[in-house]
Design a protein around this ligand. Sequence first.
Ligand SMILES: Nc1nc2c(c(=O)[nH]1)N[C@H]1C(S)=C(S)[C@@H](COP(=O)(O)O)O[C@H]1N2
Ligand SMILES: [Mo]
Length: 401
Amino acid sequence: MLPLRGPTNYDREPPRHPSLTVNSKEPFNAEPPPCTLVASFVTPEEIFYKRNHGPIPVLEDPSEYRLEVGGLVSKPLSLSLEKIRMLPKHTVVATLQCAGNRRTQMSETKHVKGVGWGVAALGNGIWSGVCLYDILELAGITQGTTATLNGGKHVEFVSVDVCKEENGGPYKASVPLLQATTPSADILLAYEMNGKELNRDHGYPLRVVVPGVIGARSVKWLRGIYVTADECQGFFMQRDYKMFPPSIDWHNVDWSSRRPLMDFPVQCAICTPKEGAVHALGSMVTIQGYALSGGGRGIERVDVSIDGGKTWLEAKRYQKQRGDLYSSDTDNDCEKWAWVLWEITVQIYPPVDIIAKAVDSSANTQPEKVKSIWNLRGVLNNSWHCVQVQAENAKDALRNL
Ligand SMILES: Nc1nc2c(c(=O)[nH]1)N[C@H]1C(S)=C(S)[C@@H](COP(=O)(O)O)O[C@H]1N2
Ligand SMILES: [Mo]
C-alpha cells in the first residue's frame, strides 16, 4: 500500500500560524494579513497562503514512497525519494497565486460561488527539486516534444488527497507535453521550499510547481505523472478554474465551451495602508504592494494614484535584498516568475482613494472596473486595486471638502 494517503477527516491537520485569516476551516483555506506579505521578497512558509480541497495527506514511511511515472511513455518509472534527490537539483524563485485571489471583491458586483479571498492568496517561494523534463527524459521522452509517437500530448499530475468535488478521488491537473518538456518553462517537482524540506501544507513530500500559471496546476502531494493523449478530465480542469464572460451564469454555463485557465494575467495590489486606514491631512504615507504577471512576463512598471485615478505616479521596486536563501545556485532569472514588491512615499490629504495598476513586459495592463471582468466562479480578478484612506478626524474631513 502507498505510504502517502489522503485522510477522509480533519484529525491530522498540521499546526498553522495564528495570524492567518481563515476563509474556510475544512478544507483549510487561509491567507496572511497583506502587510506581512510585503515585509519580505520571499514569503515565509508559515504565512504563505494555503489552498486545499480536502484533508492534508499523511506520509507514513518516507522510504516506502514511490513516484509513479507512466501512461504513454516507453520506460515507465517508479522513483523513491532518495532516487529523486540524486537527480540534478534545480531552484526556481516563483510566485504561486490562486486564480481566486481577490475573489471577494468580485462578489460586490454580483455574488460569485467559491471560497472568498482578499488580496493575499499568493506567495513568493524559493522552490528546489528536480526538473519535470529530466524525469520525462528518464521515461524516454526528449526535450521539446509536442507529441509522442503513440499520441501522448499532455502530462497529468495526480495526488492522493480526498476531494469531494472528485467524489472522494484525488486532486489532479495536466499541462501540455510541450510545456512539460521545455526547459525554459521551469516546471519543477519540488521537495524543498525556501531552503527547507517542503512541509505538509504545501505538498510534502513532493509537489509540482508550474511557474507563471494559476496555482491550481501546481499539484501538491504528488503520487503519479502520466503522459496522456487528452487533457486531464478531472473536476478542477474541466468544471472549475475556467473563465466565462459576464453574460454567463450558473443557468446557462457550458463548461466544455472553455479551456482550462493556465497563465495568469498582470496583477497588482496595495498591501499597506489597509482599507479604511486613518491618516492626518498632509501626512506622509508609504504605500507598498506587490505586482506580478503570468507566462514568464515580468513587470515593467507600477502606477499609483492618490486622487482616485486622475493622475499617476510611478512606484519604485524594493525587492533587491533577496536574503541569504537567494544564492547563486538559483539558476533561473528571478524576474521571470517572481513578483515585484513596490513602494512609493507620498503626502496625502484624506479622504483619498489610492489606486494601483501594473504594466507587464508585454505592455498588458489591468482593467479599471471589476464589473467588466465579472465571471461566475470569481476567478482572475485583476482590476485596478483601490484602498480608501480616511481623515484623522471629522474636522479634517470637512476642511478637505
Ligand atoms: N493535491 C492538491 N494540489 C493542489 C490543491 C489541492 O487542493 N490538492 N490546490 C491547488 C490550488 S487551487 C492552489 S491555488 C495551490 C495552492 O498551493 P499552496 O497551498 O501551497 O499555497 O495548490 C494547488 N494544488
Ligand atoms: Mo487555487
